[in-house]
Design a protein around this ligand. Structure first.
Ligand code: SF4
Length: 145
């Protein structure tokens, strides 16, 4: 896999836990380990949303994290892509009727790619990142579909 010419540098990813049980986060860590090693394709985690092209969100959105999630999203420069990892972020999952939720991620910020599963395997997460790269390329070419 190679990043296309429209992405003229590595793809930088910021990970945000909006209330996950940590299962999805552990799979993200497993994805980054040497077995899959996405950094060899130029995909790496960064410590600031201001540097990121991709926002990787895990978990449903709990009250305490809603404003933070919106702030992180707004700090990212355009074009940007959001990947929601795990069933909880997609629908609320096992926490769907919890008193503490503000809803699935898609009800708080726009989501471009969903990676379903509880928790999704590293292969599924990498597949989601590949879809995000395709979306980012379309955005950089001025196509918003
Ligand atoms: S999808 Fe599963 S592993 Fe991920 S946050 Fe929800 S309960 Fe945890």
């Amino acid at each position: 896999m190679r990043l296309s010419k429209s992405l003229n540098r590595s793809l930088w990813v910021f990970h945000f836990n909006s209330g996950s049980c940590n299962g999805c986060d552990i799979e993200i860590v497993a994805t980054l380990m040497p077995r899959h090693d996405p950094e060899r394709f130029g995909i790496k985690l960064v410590g600031s949303p201001r540097h990121a092209d991709v926002l990787l969100v895990t978990g449903p959105v709990v009250h305490a994290m809603k404003e933070r999630l919106i702030r992180v999203y707004e700090q990212m420069a355009d074009p940007k892509v959001v990947i929601c990892v795990g069933t909880c972020g997609q629908s609320g999952g096992v926490f769907y009727d919890s008193y503490n939720l503000d809803g699935p991620v898609g009800e708080v910020i726009p989501v471009d790619v969903f990676v379903p599963g509880c928790a999704p395997r590293p292969e599924a997460i990498i597949n989601g990142v590949v879809k995000a790269i395709a979306k980012l390329e379309r955005l950089q070419e001025g196509k918003n579909d």
